[in-house]
Design a protein around this ligand. Sequence first.
Ligand code: NAD
Length: 489
Amino acid sequence: MHTIPFDASQILIDGQWRSADSGQSLPLHNPSDGTLLTHIGRGNGADINAAVAAARAALDVGAWGRMTATERGRVLSAIGRKVLDNVEMLAHLEALDVGKPLKQGRADAIALARYLEFYGGAADKVHGETLPFLAGYTALTLREPLGVTGHIVPWNYPMQIVGRSVGAALAMGNACVLKPAEEACLTVLAFARMAMEAGLPPGALNVVTGLGDEAGAALSAHAGIDHISFTGSVATGALVQAAAAKNTVPVTLELGGKSPQLVFADADLDAALPFLVNAGIQNAGQTCSAASRILVERSVFDDVLARMAARYRALRVGPALSDLDVGPLISKRQFDIVSRYLNLATQDGLRIAAQAEVMSDAPSGGHYLPPTLVSGLGADNAADHALAQEEIFGPVQLVLPFDSDADALRIANGTPFGLVAGVWTRDGGRQMRMARALKCGQVFINNYGAGGGVELPFGGVKRSGHGREKGFEALYGFSSLKTVAIHHG
Ligand code: NAD
């Protein structure tokens, strides 16, 4: 039994850690061996009501609402420093809770700190404008907080998603109600404790753990919130949007993806190879921006497939604390979903081009699925098959051939999703043509996911969602623009 350094069953409302209203808790399991880790509080509608009221009070009568932008920035920077001081502890918690190899947990914790540094520094640099207007008038715009913002977070990157969403919302002076995923919330709770210790005033951040259809649904349907930022699946995102629409509450949706990387024959293949594979297997493929489709120009197709296959065979899969290349999937449920896609691939005659091996001493209770490289679909039928169209959310990459630029674009854009794309080519004209024609929110040329992207606006088109987080753009998303026209003669 691992020791969790705080009581995970407590929720945070108005600066106080307390039990959930229901008095009930939910078990949290270790994906690496299936054992019970601890329990979290089963928050419900009453807890959400209390959290929204505390957030409102923090803005209207509390210390948070009176802080200047510079003071808010200082608090965020202080939280960021605490996070940096605790990278190892956070990586350890994430390994236990999400099954992430320690190196990935460290990267996530450092990214969380980086969001806090970025938004801490940006807090007092967001401003309105003065506008040319009628004679005798001065017109200007003010950037104001939206008010109380709701944040619903999935289990795959809790630290990064809290950093980008809550970090930006707090920088703009909003007060937040945060609902982490029931499968994984230890690092979110640890972050909230650090925020309190670093001097974040009571009510500025409230955290209610619990089930999606209880605490999550209550938050989405709450008439007292001014915005909701949801990261998760398409199906749940649609529910959240419908619930928020009843109160005309605006929504940011960061949903799923089926992101392609396009490899042209003139590409630097040595440079591309690590990015092609890593973007499929990072966090066992449970990444919204995973490059689950690798599109390769036919003349180099066999070469790229063989080189990717060799990398797959060398991957080591095992418990998160062993810090190998790939850990387990989050749950038995996720394991079954991904396994169904692999069965479908075999049943439909697709080719398993390579499969990694799970370490022989990996605990039998863990949800280990060997990373699998699949080929065998052609450019002509890529639009028809579930493996080429649906988000699998596991370590499965499909490699598809294409014959021309137009072909590559047709396949790349031919899914319901549009989150991220990668393009590998030395041809400068083609780089720009592809960047413009790809239907998605981010395009990486001769790289993929560079630097974690704290500074780079992120979000989707089509079923991948709408609204943008990360970078300065998120600050605009978490603020409201007020126009003031003054007649002074
Ligand atoms: P999910 O939709 O099942 O859950 C996400 C969150 O929504 C959890 O906190 C859950 O408790 C909550 N929830 C569930 N039902 C709810 C309801 N009825 N009302 C309100 N909230 C509810 O998603 P998941 O399985 O945890 O995450 C995987 C999905 O998230 C994938 O599709 C992935 O692509 C997507 N994702 C997207 C991004 C992005 O930035 N675009 C980032 C990470 C993950």
